[in-house]
Design a binder for this molecule. Structure first.
Ligand code: BES
Ligand code: MN
Ligand code: ZN
Length: 498
C-alpha cells in the first residue's frame, strides 16, 4: 500500500473517498466539520440532526459529492469522545479501509480533525492510521484461481490528511506504523495459510528469509538436531506425524552484548489433538494453532525494519499434532529438554509440551525477559471470551509492562492469578509433572506447567486462544486471522528500546 501524508483541510483532499473519524458529540454538526459540510453542499448536517449519524463506534455514513476534490465523503464513528485514543483512531481507519475495499475505490484519504483526537498526538495518529488501514484492507486471495479482473481492486493507496505544521511528526509515526503493519500482515498471512502449506519447514524457511533480508542469525534445528538437543517433549508431540518438526531461532542484535528479550511462539501447524483426538466440529480452526509463532515472526519483521536498540531472540518450536501408530499415548512418560519427566495424560495438551522445551532452551541466551504466546487453552475463551488475551507470569512488573504494550497495540491482555494451589493440580503419580491438570482453571494450570520449565529469568505467558483469530466479520476486521499478539510484541520491544 502506498502511504502518503497530505497537508491541508480534509475537504481539500483530491480522492475518490475521504473518510473522517468523528466521536459521539451530540445532535448538531460539530463546528470543526463546517468546511466539510459546505464541500458536500450541506449533506452532512441533517445526518447529525436526524440522529442518522451519532458518532457511535464503527458507525459509517457516506455521501456522494457533485464535483471534487473529494468525490465521496464518509464519516466513521469513534465512540465516546472521552475514550478516544490510539485504539479508536486505528479502528476508525480500519473501518474506512475495509469499506474502501468493499466499495472498490482502490484508494482513500483519512482525517481525524484535531478537535476530535483526545490525547492522540500527530506521531501516534500517523502510526495507528497506517496500522488500521493495512488491517482493514487485508485480503488473501493467493489461493483463488478465479480471474483477478473480476475481483474488487485492492486498496493500493492511503493518504493521511494533517496540517502542514504537524506533517513531519505524522510522517515519523507513519514509518513506525508501516513497519508494525508489515509485521502484522506477515503474521496474518502465516496464520491463514493452510497446514499443508504452512508446515514447520515453511515457518523455518520464512525465518531464514527474514534473516537474509534483515541480517538476523537464524538457526533451524531439524529432527536429528532436536533429538541431539534432548527435546523429548517436542519430539513426543511430533511422534505421530509424517512431517518433521523444526526448532527455529532468530537472533537480532541491536545493542551489543545486552541481555536479550526472548519471544517464544507456539508453532503447532495443525492440532488434531493426537490420540486424545478433537471432535470434527470446527477442527479446521486448528490451523491457527501456530498463531504464537506467526506473531514472533511478525515481531521480527518489525524489528528488522526499525532496528531498535535492543537484542531480541525469537524462538519457535514447531510440529503438527497427529494421531497414528507411532503417536504418543496418554500415560506415556517423556523427558523434557530441562531434564524434568512429564506424564502425558492428554495428548491434546501439546502446546505446553513444545513450549516447555523452548522455555528451557532459551536459558542459554541469559535473557532479560521472556515472553511466550500460544493458542494454549480453550478455557481462556470461557474465562475472557474473544475480547482480551490472558497474561500470566512470575514478575508483576513485567506483567504490567505487557499490559501496557497491549493497550498501545490495541491488543488487550488481562492477568490470571498463579496461586500455588493451582500448581498442585499438575502433580503426577509417576513423573515430575503431568501435562494436564484437568478442566478446572485449565488456562492457569497450563501456565503453571510452563512455569515448571522457567528458570532464571522474568517471564510472561500470553494465552491468545480467544483472540488470535475470529470466526466473524466485523467492521474493522475480516473473519479469520487477527495477527494477535504481533503488534503487542512490537510495542513491547519498541517501548523497551526507548
Ligand atoms: N490448541 C488447543 C487450544 C485451543 C482451543 C485453541 C480452542 C484455540 C481454540 C490446545 O492445544 C488444546 O487442545 N488445549 C486443550 C487443553 C486440555 C487438554 C487440558 C483444551 O483447550 O481443551
Ligand atoms: Mn491441543
Ligand atoms: Zn494446540
Amino acid at each position: 500500500m502506498n502511504i502518503t501524508v497530505i497537508a491541508g483541510a480534509p475537504e481539500a483532499a483530491e480522492t475518490p473517498l475521504l473518510v473522517v473519524a468523528v466521536p459521539k458529540l451530540g445532535k448538531a454538526l460539530p463546528a470543526s466539520l463546517a468546511g466539510l459540510d459546505a464541500h458536500t453542499g450541506g449533506l452532512l448536517a441533517p445526518l447529525f440532526t436526524a440522529g442518522e449519524f451519532t458518532g457511535a463506534r464503527d458507525e459509517f455514513v457516506l455521501v456522494h459529492v457533485a464535483g471534487g476534490p473529494a468525490r465521496k465523503v464518509a464519516l466513521v464513528g469513534m465512540g465516546r469522545a472521552e475514550d478516544v485514543g490510539r485504539t479508536s483512531v486505528r479502528r476508525a481507519a480500519a473501518v474506512g479501509a475495509r469499506k474502501a475495499r468493499s466499495l472498490g475505490t482502490g484508494q482513500l484519504a483519512f482525517a481525524v480533525p484535531v478537535e476530535f483526537r483526545g490525547a492522540v498526538g500527530p506521531a501516534d495518529l500517523g502510526q495507528v492510521a497506517v496500522e488500521g488501514a493495512e488491517q482493514g484492507a487485508w485480503t488473501f486471495d493467493e489461493l483463488k484461481s478465479s480471474d483477478p479482473e473480476e475481483r474488487k481492486p485492492p486498496v493500493g493507496a492511503f493518504a493521511i490528511v494533517a496540517s502542514s505544521d504537524e506533517e513531519p511528526e505524522v510522517r515519523r509515526g507513519v514509518d513506525i506504523g508501516t513497519a508494525i503493519a508489515a509485521g502484522h500482515v506477515l503474521a496474518r498471512r502465516l496464520q491463514f495459510l493452510p497446514p499443508n502449506q504452512c508446515t514447520p519447514a515453511y515457518l523455518a524457511d520464512t525465518a531464514v528469509a527474514l534473516g537474509k533480508t534483515y541480517g538476523f542469525a537464524v538457526t533451524v534445528l531439524d529432527k536429528a538436531a532436536i533429538e541431539a538437543e534432548g527435546m523429548g517433549a517436542l519430539l513426543a508431540v511430533n511422534q505421530g506425524s509424517a512431517t518433521e518438526p523444526r526448532f527455529i531461532v532468530l537472533e537480532y542484535k541491536g545493542a551489543g552484548n545486552a541481555a536479550p528479550v526472548a519471544l517464544v511462539g507456539k508453532g503447532i501447524t495443525f492440532d488434531t489433538g493426537g490420540i486424545s483426538i478433537k471432535p470434527a466440529q470446527a477442527m479446521e480452526e486448528m490451523k491457527y494453532d501456530m498463531s504464537g509463532a506467526a506473531a514472533v515472526l511478525g515481531a521480527m519483521e518489525v524489528v528488522g525494519r526499525l532496528r531498535p536498540t535492543l537484542n531480541v531472540v525469537g524462538v519457535i518450536p514447531s510440529t503438527d499434532n497427529m494421531p497414528g501408530g507411532r503417536a504418543v499415548r496418554p500415560s506415556d512418560v517423556v523427558k523434557a529438554h530441562s531434564g524434568k519427566t512429564v506424564e502425558i495424560v492428554n495428548t491434546d495438551a501439546e502446546g505446553r509440551l513444545v513450549l516447555a522445551d523452548a522455555l528451557s532452551y532459551v536459558k542459554r541466551f541469559k535473557p532479560a525477559v521472556v515472553l511466550d504466546a500460544a493458542t494454549l487453552t480453550g478455557g481462556v475463551i470461557l474465562a475472557l471470551g474473544h475480547t482480551v488475551s490472558a497474561v500470566m507470569g512470575n514478575d508483576e512488573a513485567l506483567i504490567e509492562e505487557v499490559r501496557r504494550a497491549g493497550e498501545r497495540a490495541g491488543e488487550r491482555v488481562w492477568p490470571l492469578p498463579m496461586y500455588d494451589e493451582y500448581r498442585e493440580l499438575n502433580k503426577s503419580d509417576i513423573a515430575d509433572v503431568k501435562n494436564s491438570g484437568g478442566r478446572p482453571a485449565q488456562s492457569i494450570t497450563a501456565g503453571w506447567f510452563l512455569r515448571e520449565f522457567v528458570d532464571g529469568y522474568a517471564w510472561a505467558h500470553l494465552d491468545v486462544a480467544g483472540t488470535a483469530y475470529t470466526g466473524n466479520d466485523s467492521p474493522p476486521l475480516a473473519k479469520g486471522p487477527a495477527g494477535v499478539p504481533a503488534r503487542l510484541f512490537a510495542e513491547f520491544l519498541l517501548t523497551r528500546a526507548g
